[in-house]
Design a protein around this ligand. Structure first.
Ligand code: AMP
Length: 583
């Protein structure tokens, strides 16, 4: 006997829930399930993603569906195709022990004929996006005249997405006698209007407090300059080697740009936004769900309905305009009782955006310092050591190779061996962070802080393996920056990345223009970096003038030893949770 039996659900459903690992109902399930089973009253529920709302509305409907009747008895409307598919999948799982039951998701971007032929076979619960549902009603392929239940899931989001007309048309096509169940994370005026116009004295229930962020989510804030947003993002990812995260951007363009940069930098990342074809979106989501991707960069709309339970972090690359949207975003972590961290990257100017959010989530942001290079290297090193310690050794498979391996490593003592194994994985990290500066604070610190002479030192993500040499680097700079006759200081070309110095007056020009360029088909990333001890201490070589190309290279530098390329690593990193690498 399970607690779910006490809510009025039959054994076939309870058995399926047990198989799914649902041990006890969530708060909203405890209230909504008996309410919907025992009463025909309309219901207005304040509920966010992650509260178990899908089961809260679908289980009581499933309990009451007439299996002898093949006609559509319930329509569930959801804002996105992904959420519709997810809801239908959940219902299918809940109903796995019920014979004669069918559920179908109908949504745009898929062949309507196939959906029509499935509808013809008889479907008791239809889950639809508003556009496709209207289309099917108009074609007289979906008959809602005798439905008993109408669910509006994420009603606020449907209205945000401009589905008001479609909702009105669908509601008009349903009978007065139905029970309407409205689920929404927020209740702005438009949602209240729908409730007022189409519901009769609804019972109101809440999945926890209204508009309150999920309880196990902590909220952290990093204050950086706009130009340090991306480097700070990378450091946050680097200090969390097992990160599994959605990074929210505000526009499709920004989403693409950040994902491209992360991919170019060797992170296990991809983008999800409205410009992708449906097949591409499906593929990205599948890879993310199965954890073949660690980082998904997404717009708010594209991430809707993505049902992932164990996200470690939600990162607001830029805060949304509406505080409500922050709660949607942060609610994607800390789900199913797990802990999660929601991070906001803000500039000093954006500080004012925190207060309205804090009021909504009823919690304070904790201000954190962007980790420095040493902290990151230490974290990465210890994680690597833990991995080495815990790795399962398949003695049977490697035993034939071991004698040769032992011979090759003869002469190295334990300490030397450990040093070499660690360096093999770790040199690139050390090199990247060796001169990493402090990213905390406002723009006034950037560059200047590290600029002890007249030059700003830059990191650039291309190196010898991209066929870069000093002449080509100078050519690339010349081709892309606006200013003429810019002085170029020291250049260090390393294996997969390089450093160069430029007259500090051209810092912004470099960041804006060179930072948006391409070299041999690769997106160029430049960042201000701290001066190397060698370059700031020693005598400066005569600077290069723009259009002159007699640059120096420090190839063979100790940073350039071994260490594999980030891009090759990224390809290898296709396997589950494996090698997200950076330079
Ligand atoms: P939802 O709010 O409907 O998107 O659900 C969030 C996640 O919690 C989904 O992955 C559900 O499968 C899971 N879930 C819902 N109810 C329960 C429960 N009673 N016990 C454990 N997991 C649940």
């Amino acid at each position: 006997m399970s607690i779910f039996n006490d809510l009025g659900l039959n054994q076939a459903i309870v058995d399926a829930l047990v198989d799914l690992g649902y041990q006890e109902p969530t708060h909203i399930q405890k209230i909504a399930i008996p309410q919907i089973i025992s009463s025909k009253d309309d219901l207005k529920a304040f509920a966010q993603t992650g509260t178990g709302k899908t089961a809260a509305f679908s289980l009581p409907i499933l309990e009451q569906v007439d299996l002898a009747n093949k006609s559509t008895q319930a329509i569930i409307l959801s804002p996105t195709r992904e959420l519709a598919i997810q809801i239908a999948k959940n219902i299918d799982e809940f109903a796995k022990n019920i014979k004669g039951f069918n559920v179908l998701a109908v949504y745009g971007g898929a062949k309507i004929d196939e959906q029509i032929s499935k509808l013809k076979r008889g479907v008791q619960i239809v889950v639809g996006t508003p556009g496709r549902t209207v289309d099917l009603i108009k074609r007289r392929r979906l008959d809602l005249k005798s439905i008993q239940w109408l669910v509006l899931d994420e009603a606020d989001e449907m209205l945000n997405m401009g589905f008001k007309d479609e909702l009105d048309q669908i509601l008009e096509a349903t009978p007065q006698s139905k029970q309407t169940l409205l689920f929404s994370a927020t209740f702005p005026r438009e949602v209240e209007a729908i409730a007022r116009n189409y519901m009769k004295n609804p019972v109101e229930i809440t999945a926890g407090k209204k508009n309150v962020g999920a309880d196990k989510v902590s909220h952290e804030c990093y204050m950086v300059s706009d130009r340090n947003r991306y480097p700070a993002l990378k450091r946050i990812a680097d200090i969390n080697p097992n990160i599994y995260s959605i990074i929210f951007c505000r526009t499709r363009r920004e989403t693409k740009e950040i994902a491209d940069k992360l991919i170019a930098d060797g992170y296990n990342a991809d983008a999800l936004h409205g410009d992708l074809s449906q097949a591409q979106r499906d593929m990205v989501m599948q890879k993310f769900r199965s954890k073949h991707l660690q980082i998904l960069v997404a717009t708010d709309v594209a991430a809707r309905g993505l049902d992932v339970n164990d996200l470690t972090h939600v990162i607001n690359y830029k805060l949304p305009d509406q505080a409500e949207n922050y709660t949607h975003r942060s609610g994607r972590t800390g789900r199913a009782g797990k802990e999660g961290i929601s991070i906001a990257l803000i500039t000093p100017k954006e500080k004012g955006k925190l207060r309205p959010i804090e009021r909504k989530i009823n919690k304070k942001f904790e201000f954190k310092q962007v980790p420095n290079g040493k902290e990151i290297c230490q974290k990465q090193l210890y994680t690597l050591i833990d991995k080495v310690h815990d790795i399962e050794v398949n003695e049977k498979e490697i035993k034939d190779f071991l004698p040769d391996v032992y011979t090759k490593l003869e002469g190295l003592d334990r300490e030397q061996l450990i040093q070499r194994f660690v360096s093999l994985e770790f040199n690139q990290f050390l090199a990247y962070y060796e001169n990493a500066g402090d990213l905390n604070g406002s723009d006034s610190n950037d560059g200047k802080k590290f600029d002890d002479e007249n030059f700003t030192r830059f990191y650039i993500n291309i190196g010898k393996m991209d066929d870069l040499n000093p002449a080509k680097l100078i050519g690339l700079i010349n081709d892309n920056i606006k200013k003429q006759n810019v002085e170029i200081g020291q250049i260090e070309i390393l294996k997969s990345f390089s450093f160069f110095e430029i007259d500090k007056n051209s810092t912004d020009d470099i960041l804006e223009n060179l930072g948006n360029s391409n070299f041999n088909g690769r997106s160029v990333i430049v960042e201000v970096t701290k001066k190397s001890k060698r370059s700031s201490g020693g005598r400066r070589k005569k600077p290069f003038n723009k259009f002159k190309s007699n640059g120096e290279s420090r190839g063979g530098d100790r940073r350039d030893r071994k260490g594999s390329s980030s891009r090759n690593d990224n390809r290898r990193g296709e396997s589950k949770n494996s090698g997200r690498r950076r330079r």
